[in-house]
Design a protein around this ligand. Structure first.
Ligand code: TYD
Ligand code: MG
Length: 468
């Protein structure tokens, strides 16, 4: 029977179609379908089957032994060190410092007497050495190679003592000759990852794969690789700041709500032992109109500064401009502030900005946005050690939001001591953060205006019925 030898595979989601199409029906992306030759049959017919022993659940299992890098911020995110035989995927924008982080981790493990191997598919050995010089780790016994063939790599790793720690930088540059597609295609990435993961599980080496990310921040290539690995870490930061945040997106051997904070310096990544100091130093302390929002991005807590500027307008129809948030949501908050709290924005231009280029979708940002708006209008700085979250309803009540413990934990981790939150929010004694319950928006407005500085501007909050 003649078999089709070419398959058309979406490079975004991995869906397979029988013919080329401009648009992938599965994920809706355009121009992502590429021809790939179909993988040969995975097993030959008639091969002798090996019978394996089944193990009782109640057997003796070794406590998952871990490799501690000694880089505390990294060890925290991995859940207490790299687990032997586990596979981690590290994603992040180009130039964020993935290679730097991993060569530093490899050097730290080599110093502790482990066999650490760094295989680069992107840079030549000389370039990796140059980086090591810069990091002052060139005297450490990390073994290097610039290779991209998975079969050659696995054969080489099989020689000599079993390596404890292997870095593959990056999985998109690896190729295996079991499939014919070009390196970087979905089929190649999946097959190469499969072969490397099999090696890690068999040998007990901790394997680190570097993954490229697409423009919307997802790890490039098939989603299935994220399911195959034991942990997915993402390395984040923005181009304007030197700090980088390492987060666990998935972790079979540890928590996913821990973050590690680093600073990129001229001599590599330095741990930030007290991130709050760094974070607060970035802020304009005590200036009116900024509130810190304790948000959740997907499954991850993210603290972000919401900035508002409310200024008297010369226009008949004052401006309302928003960056990083929903315009309709801003209109709603302004209307609620006017209707229920007597705060008038009618003759003011209003600008709202989410710092750092983030886009916030959550309604939980309402309370932080309202606090920033009132703070700017009243010229009353908000407390620098407080975060805000809560959804505002049209009646002016503050409604509960999901994942309060994660928000509080992140805020405590970053050095905040107070959270203005819906009344139902309960303080977690472990985090030591004080929760100020806000039942109605009016009480927040009262709290903010009470902090007014020496140059008061227009407002005094009044319940609206006294205006009429
Ligand atoms: P790199 O680790 O190559 O990023 P990735 O592997 O994620 O693409 O880091 C590259 C950037 O980091 C580059 O812009 C230079 C900067 N850098 C420093 O600022 N200090 C250093 O010590 C090193 C090694 C890199
Ligand atoms: Mg790199």
């Amino acid at each position: 029977m003649a078999r089709r030898s070419t398959a058309f595979v979406c490079q975004n989601c991995g869906a397979v179609t029988g013919r080329w199409q401009g648009k992938c029906e599965a994920c809706g992306e355009w121009n992502t379908i590429a021809a790939e030759s179909a993988a040969p049959a995975a097993h030959q017919a008639g091969r002798n089957r090996r019978v394996f022993a089944l193990e009782p659940l109640a057997g003796v299992s070794q406590e998952a032994p871990r490799l501690l890098s000694g880089i505390a911020e990294l060890d925290r995110v991995t859940g207490g060190g790299f687990v032997k035989g586990s596979v981690l995927l590290l994603g992040g924008d180009p130039g964020i410092g993935k290679s730097t982080l991993l060569i530093q981790a490899a050097a730290a493990l080599a110093k502790a007497g482990h066999r650490a191997i760094y295989i680069s598919g992107e840079e030549a050995v000389a370039q990796v050495r140059l980086r090591a010089d810069r990091l002052a780790i060139s005297d450490v016994s990390v073994e290097l190679a610039a290779e991209t063939s998975v079969e050659d790599i696995i054969a080489t790793l099989g020689i000599g003592p079993i390596p404890h720690f292997v870095v593959i930088d990056s999985i998109q540059t690896m190729w295996t000759d079991t499939v014919d597609s070009a390196p970087g295609t979905v089929t190649q990435v999946r097959a190469a990852a499969q072969a490397l993961i099999r090696f890690a599980k068999r040998s007990g080496a901790a394997l680190l794969l570097v993954g490229h990310v697409t423009k919307d921040g997802q790890i490039a290539g098939p989603r299935v690789v994220e399911h195959m690995v034991d942990a997915v870490l993402s390395f984040e930061g923005d181009g304007l700041h030197q700090f980088r945040i390492l987060r666990a997106v998935k972790n079979r051997f540890g928590p996913t709500d821990e973050i590690g904070v680093f600073e990129m310096t001229g001599a590599g990544l330095k741990e930030i032992v007290n991130p709050s100091a760094l974070f607060l130093s970035e802020r304009d302390l005590g200036s009116p109109g900024t509130a810190v929002f304790a948000g959740i991005e997907g499954t991850r807590p993210v603290l972000v500064e919401i900035q508002a500027l409310v200024a008297p307008s010369a226009l008949g129809m004052p401006r309302r401009a928003v960056v990083g948030w929903d315009q309709n949501r801003l209109s709603m908050i302004l209307a609620v502030l006017e209707a229920h709290c007597g705060v008038k924005f009618g003759s003011h231009d209003v600008y709202l900005n989410v710092a750092g280029g983030l886009r916030i979708q959550e309604p939980a940002a309402d309370l932080a946005a309202a606090a920033a708006l009132v703070s700017s209008l009243a010229n009353a700085p908000l407390p620098a050690d407080a975060v805000y979250f809560g959804e505002i309803s049209l009646s002016g009540a503050v409604r509960p939001v999901a994942q309060t413990p994660a928000r509080l934990k992140e805020a405590a981790k970053l050095g905040f001591v107070r959270a203005f939150a819906p009344e139902t929010a309960r303080a977690d004694p472990d985090t030591g953060i004080e929760v100020v319950g806000i039942g109605a928006l009016l009480s927040l407005v009262g709290d903010v205006t009470a902090r007014r500085g020496t140059r008061p501007r227009a407002i005094v909050p009044q319940p609206v019925r006294q205006d009429g």
